[in-house]
Design a protein around this ligand. Structure first.
Ligand code: AHR
Length: 348
């Protein structure tokens, strides 16, 4: 790997600042681009000490994503010694690859990648490695030939999330005296090929395999969005008139599914007919759905990953080694808990 000392940063910052200056129009008229302030400063000042981080975000498809982006913007700020280049991939891998190549061209100090899907990253990660730029994966992960292409991954144990949903359903059916019943399930999947989709599906499938009476009628993707969740749920309801359980791989699809169920004149949640299990538990809306009796259980997916990434960068800057996989803490909530008390104590 190329040795990337702090002295490199002086000219890199100049380059970034110049790029920002020219892209904002360098006529000298109108409002100055924010980054020009750095250019005007004496480069021997503290500002040259900023750590430049390029963050390739997936998009803004869900409440989770909004919270995750906010976490990065808040943590990777100038007050904390960072200069953040934030790129929204609009849920397209090609956009994220382009963003990574731009980060490499701009010689950022670190790349943080939240990959929309797991495969197809080998080439661009090799380019980052050849340029000596450490890549930290955040939230979702990649499947690559050589695991040395990235420094570490910070995110959720998606398989465990899926298992938690399965175990919750097991316990619930038992508590209702329904263990011997035939149970018909459908799954609203997230973006196909993403770690969150693959992990949750596989984790839930481990529990599903233990139950001969659980019949998964269909898996179909709603791409983690509310509108597609609603569309797919409406089709499920048309196709299968007797659904007992919906596994929805994120809350936004769940909100869409609830609308579709209500539009079809049906009900879900503890106050209704269909058992509804979801993932994320990020927003107030998720807790409201449980409190209103429309959602049974919600497996948490923690979006506040930036502080951990910050800690990792701090360690790398000090020349320390970091663990390859770092999971964040997560819980499972259900409509039968004291949700008001939980929300009061929650940090988010
Ligand atoms: O990768 C995490 C998943 O991505 C969240 O569950 C979902 O809401 C988001 O879009």
């Amino acid at each position: 790997m190329v040795n990337r000392g702090k002295s490199d940063r002086k000219w890199k910052l100049r380059l970034l600042i110049l790029l920002a200056f020219f892209s904002a129009g360098c006529s000298g008229q109108g409002e100055k681009p924010k980054d020009e302030r750095f250019y005007e400063d004496d480069v021997t000042s503290e500002k040259e000490e900023y750590i430049v981080v390029g963050f390739a975000q997936i998009g803004s498809e869900s409440d989770y994503r909004i919270a995750n982006s906010a976490s990065f913007r808040e943590t990777f700020c100038e007050e904390n010694g960072y200069y953040l280049l934030f790129e929204d991939g609009q849920q397209k891998q090609e956009n994220q690859i382009k963003a990574l190549r731009n980060f490499i061209l701009q010689e950022v100090d670190y790349i943080v990648l939240d990959p929309v899907v797991e495969t197809g990253w080998d080439e661009v990660l090799q380019e980052a490695k050849a340029a000596g730029i450490p890549v930290i994966l955040s939230d979702r992960s990649v499947t690559v030939e050589d695991e040395g292409l990235y420094t570490c991954w910070v995110g959720s144990d998606f398989e465990e999330e899926g298992r938690k949903a399965g175990r919750w359903l097991e316990d619930y059916l038992k508590s209702e005296g329904r263990e011997e019943e035939e149970i018909r399930l459908v799954t609203l999947q997230g973006t196909l090929g993403s770690s969150a989709q693959i992990g949750r599906m596989n984790g839930f499938a481990e529990v599903l395999r233990l139950h001969d009476r659980w019949n998964m009628l269909e898996y179909a993707s709603g791409d983690f969005t509310q509108s597609k969740g609603q569309e797919v749920m409406a089709r499920f309801l048309d196709t299968y008139p007797d659904i007992d359980v919906v596994i929805s791989e994120n809350d936004n699809m769940t909100f869409g599914a609830i609308e579709a169920i209500e539009e079809a004149g049906k009900t879900c949640g503890p106050k209704g007919e269909i058992i509804m299990i979801s993932f994320d538990a990020v927003s107030e809306a998720s807790f409201t759905a449980m409190k209103e009796g429309k959602l049974h259980a919600d497996v948490e997916c923690n979006p506040f990953l930036a502080p951990k990434v910050d800690e990792i960068i701090g360690r790398l800057e000090r020349g320390e080694t970091v663990e390859k996989i770092q999971y964040v803490e997560e819980q499972c909530f259900d409509a039968f808990m004291d949700l008001d008390a939980i929300m009061e104590q929650r940090k988010y």
